[in-house]
Design a protein around this ligand. Structure first.
Ligand code: AMP
Length: 276
């Protein structure tokens, strides 16, 4: 496995691969890797000849400076996990390598970035679009792999690919979960043992939504889940919405539905979703 901090060095290797007609698969991450990330690497490994993983904690997508500061960083362990997963190239650039100048681009995703995460984390998806487009310009992948864990992010990435005319194929990968059902996340490492225990209520809530969906009204379902979370003193409810999978607008009975939730465990913000 080769490790690159520098854009030009990485581009050199990728250019050669492209000349050899190798199919390039790309997995962008912010590091602090866990088996959820590795599942994306494995999917890329199955579908592509050369697998590139980026590790970059992108400052422009953090709306909360404290969240950026405490975001876990475990670079050496990440390299080891990627090596074991037969990743070919890791790109772990500095902030100035990615943003030699301030990125002032403003994307327009219409309603998609005003809802849910977009509403609660203003500017977050603009930052995501900035970094993913920067990385796509550098790596020029044939395929890029994203987790359904970040459901709305996946839709934003698809919208950005369409808007900017990238030729990359976006592949959506299922959510990897802990034995108690909690979605794997780099932020889980920041939870105290008590908060971690309390967080297992999240997947329980999602299952409850699935059970009640179609039997009770959406308002009743939301009220019941809000109450489940209110009873757990270590958790703080931010939102639960049941949305149309195509638009993320509130579900109106047409098409398919997805439940999306955001909850704080102590200071740590956790999200999850489940298609219904
Ligand atoms: P992150 O490092 O949190 O930015 O995540 C990098 C990629 O890994 C994103 O496409 C995430 O959606 C994906 N990912 C994160 N957690 C999981 C998980 N539990 N299962 C599957 N994919 C995940």
């Amino acid at each position: 496995m080769q490790v690159f901090q520098n854009i030009q060095d990485l581009k050199g290797v990728l250019q050669e691969a492209r000349q050899d007609r190798l199919k390039i698969g790309f997995v962008p991450t912010m590091g602090a890797l866990h088996p959820g990330h590795i599942s994306l690497i494995e999917e890329a490994r199955k579908n592509c000849d050369l697998v590139v993983c980026s590790i970059f904690v992108n400052p422009t997508q953090f709306n909360d400076p404290k969240d950026l500061e405490r975001y876990p960083r475990t670079l050496e362990k990440d390299y080891q996990m990627l090596e074991e997963a037969s990743c070919d190239c890791v790109f772990s650039p500095s902030v100035t390598e990615i943003y030699p100048e301030k990125d002032n681009r403003k994307f327009d995703f219409g309603r998609l970035d005003q809802l849910l995460e977009g509403k609660h984390r203003p500017g977050h998806f603009n930052g995501v679009a900035q970094v993913v487009s920067r990385l796509f310009d550098i790596v020029e992948p044939d395929m890029a792999f994203f987790g359904q864990k970040d459901y709305q992010q996946l839709m934003i990435v698809r919208a950005m690919v369409k808007q900017l005319g990238y030729k990359v194929q976006i592949v959506s990968c299922p959510i990897m979960r802990e034995p108690d059902g909690l979605a794997m996340s780099s932020r889980n490492a920041l939870l105290s043992p008590e908060e971690r225990k309390a967080a297992s209520l999240l997947p329980e809530c999602m299952h409850r939504v699935k059970t009640l969906f179609g039997r009770k009204t959406i308002e009743e379902i939301k009220a019941e889940v809000r109450e489940m979370i209110r009873k757990e003193p270590l958790l703080r409810y931010e939102y639960l919405e049941i949305c149309n999978t195509e638009t993320l607008e509130p579900y109106d009975g047409n098409g398919k539905a997805v439940a999306l939730i955001a909850v704080y465990a102590g200071n740590i913000r956790l999200i999850d979703n489940l298609e219904l």
